[in-house]
Design a protein around this ligand. Structure first.
Ligand SMILES: *Cc1c(COP(=O)(O)O)cnc(C)c1O
Length: 372
């Protein structure tokens, strides 16, 4: 019986979800998005388990370098990063693709002087409507033409990011696709547009490379309209620390925000916001105990939560509760807490050990992963 909160990471589920992504976009190559420590699941185990991805996308240079240091040979793409001379040298040396998204990053690439034999693989990111990062559509063609003449530029792809791909209304996505098409004109370059929602809901967005993130970890952002058999990868659990019986009228937790409406059996569970359980999860948020759903009662503390288990017979100290995973979808907890699954998964803190299951190496001979 584990004595602390832990996150069991089911790498077979991850591989299953990856296969579904492949099935949804069979004509495209997959750039698996494993930024933010593999959405909180562990960078290296996730990368090893997804050894058949054609590329990995990352948000921070140290993540890309860590993958290279671990011997990963896949193509790596550094999404949005402030490029400087030193970083470009490092990326060139380690064969990490970089994204040019504005005049500053274009200038850095232009001023880059190749060391003998090392070049840069570039992705030109166009702002087709999200207005976060990206070149203006008018900049794409002239900049592409200019960068293509630089001897140290080895390849150029085009990318953009979809702002509303999970909406039922396809209009904003179609507008973005048309904008990209117009920006490219007859210019030929590998194209990448689709996040998970685009991949699942908008086949027109697939292009040459799809960039699934959240769906690999088991959450479907368009589940209501496009059900898929995605499996949860992270199973967050914690032990029951104490069980007590309280009379009707007793208040529970900081600020007395919950009061027993009846004689109540209350379980205290060893997980809190210090572990990444959302501080704003309201009373009634489901917690699974012994295969049944119990309800959060009272405020979330740093190291523990309290749960009404009156209707869950057999709850004893040491028993394991599931906060999210197979029985309580992480998206459900997120919705109740006013956030999204991405934030909960990436927010699981360092003190929660990740324990790995499955992920048998593929036929490509990629290294298996170490287990705790
Ligand atoms: C995070 C990210 C993705 C993945 O998005 P999901 O919604 O998790 O599939 C794709 N592209 C870019 C540029 C991103 O930043």
């Amino acid at each position: 019986m584990p004595a602390v909160a832990r996150a069991l990471i089911d790498l077979d589920a991850l591989r299953h979800n990856f296969a579904l992504a492949r099935g949804c976009a069979p004509e495209s190559r997959i750039m698996a998005v494993i930024k933010a420590d593999g959405y909180g699941h562990g960078l290296l185990p996730v990368a090893h388990a997804l050894a058949t991805a054609e590329a990995f996308a990352l948000a921070r240079p140290e993540e890309a370098l860590q993958l290279r240091a671990a011997g990963l040979r896949q193509r790596l793409v550094l999404l949005g990063t402030l490029l400087d001379r030193e970083l470009l040298r490092e990326c060139a040396r380690e064969d990490v693709d970089v994204v040019v998204h504005d005049d500053h990053s274009a200038a850095q690439v232009t001023q880059f002087e190749a060391e003998a034999g090392v070049g840069l693989n570039l992705w030109l990111k166009v702002d087709t409507g999200m207005h976060r990062l990206g070149l203006s559509p008018q900049q794409l063609r002239p900049l592409h033409a200019r960068l293509a003449t630089l001897p140290w530029v080895r390849s150029i792809g085009h990318m953009s990011h979809l702002a509303c791909a999970e909406w039922e209304d396809p209009a904003p996505t179609l507008r973005q696709l048309r904008c990209m098409e117009a920006a490219r004109g007859d210019l030929q370059a590998p194209l990448s547009l689709a996040n998970s929602a685009g991949l699942i809901a908008h086949p027109q967005s697939h292009g040459d490379w799809v960039r699934p993130g959240i769906m690999l970890y088991g959450d479907n952002p368009v589940a209501d309209r496009f059900p898929l058999d995605l499996r949860p990868v992270m199973h967050l659990s914690a032990p029951v620390l104490a069980v007590r019986d309280l009379p009707a009228g007793a208040a529970v937790g900081y600020g007395e925000t919950w009061r027993c409406q009846r004689p109540t059996r209350l379980a205290t569970i060893g997980i809190g916001y210090g572990d990444g359980y959302p501080r704003h999860a309201p009373n009634g948020t489901p917690v699974s105990l012994g295969g049944r759903r119990a309800a959060l009662a009272g405020r979330v503390s740093m190291d523990s939560i309290t749960v009404d288990v009156t209707d869950c017979p057999g709850v004893v100290v040491g028993m394991e509760a599931e906060l999210w995973g197979a029985r309580v979808p992480v998206a459900e907890v997120a919705a109740l807490a006013g956030t999204i699954s991405y934030a909960l998964l990436t927010g699981v803190t360092r003190r929660v050990p990740r324990v790995y299951r499955g992920g048998t190496p593929g036929a490509d001979g990629s290294a298996g992963i170490r287990r705790d």
